[in-house]
Design a protein around this ligand. Structure first.
Ligand SMILES: [Fe+2]
Length: 274
């Protein structure tokens, strides 16, 4: 008798969890769909002004060889200032994360950016920016899905020891996947650049530093480029707008689950179901 009661209780519990998860997923789909609907109005209100006159064909040639390139003074000073002010005004809303030996810092998710950083949202969805990235990587790209909280995020390194250790940006999508970093701030209280560097390690073991002073744009194929951000020192501030674009954003449930596990490092355990 007791066995039957325990079995029935287990079945009811499992079914209840499944129903709750399905309801939560439906709620999330509706929330993300509403954000996407409102997005075009917000994007139209914040035009992006690109000031770089760099040769895109030369950069594309370098990208095809190296899988990573950087562009100096990408935005107009006014546009950069607006994005930086937005990012700094959101530091307290960012999710802190600490995974010993791997990562320490703060992150503002794509969903939070929809609510609190319309200029950053506009930059990511700007047709001009998308055209630049497509020309650099040599194929048409689009933003990665709305449900991916790392499609667009703001990364903030401002406490001593903030960093992310060597890693690849794994591709969870069908088409090639690219990471784009726009540096919004990179400084130390005493003046000059922070101690936190974007570094790349070649298969030979050789390490290379990429200048991420404010207003530089770095484009790379994270699944091919082993990279890290070295630790900040006391008084450093480094803020990056981090974006991902993809040639084909379709995925499957297994890759989606793997992506969610990866995102727990940035947004905590909720990334598994949110
Ligand atoms: Fe990365």
């Amino acid at each position: 008798m007791w066995r039957w009661a325990i079995a029935a209780l287990l079945v009811v519990s499992v079914l209840s969890v499944i129903v709750l998860l399905m309801r939560h997923r439906r709620h999330r789909r509706l929330t993300l769909s509403a954000l996407a609907t409102e997005r075009s109005t917000k994007v139209a209100q914040f035009p992006v002004t690109i000031s770089s006159v760099a040769s895109r064909s030369e950069i594309a040639t370098e990208f095809a060889r190296e899988y990573i390139v950087r562009i100096d003074r990408f935005l107009s000073p006014e546009c950069l200032r607006l994005l930086r002010e937005e990012a700094e005004s959101n530091v307290e809303r960012m999710t802190p994360s600490f995974i010993p030996t791997h990562k320490k810092g703060r992150t503002l998710s794509y969903e939070m950016i929809h609510h609190y950083a319309p200029g950053c949202l506009s930059f990511y969805h700007s047709p001009q920016v998308q055209e630049w990235i497509s020309q650099i990587v040599g194929l048409p790209v689009v933003p990665t899905p709305d449900g991916d909280q790392s499609s667009l995020s703001i990364l903030c390194y401002r406490e001593k020891g903030d960093h992310i250790n060597w890693h690849y940006d794994h591709n969870f999508y069908r088409g090639r996947h690219f990471t784009v970093l726009l540096s919004l701030a990179n400084e130390t209280r005493a003046g000059g650049l922070s101690q936190s560097n974007l570094m790349r390690k070649r298969p030979s073991g050789e390490e290379e530093i990429f200048d991420t002073s404010a207003n530089s744009l770095v484009v790379f194929e994270g699944a091919r480029v082993l990279h890290r951000a070295s630790p900040t020192a006391e008084g450093d501030l480094r803020i990056m707008l981090s974006m991902t674009y993809c040639a084909d954003p379709r995925t499957n449930w297994l890759k989606e689950f793997a992506r969610r596990i990866k995102d727990t490092a940035f947004y905590g355990i909720r990334a598994l179901w949110d």
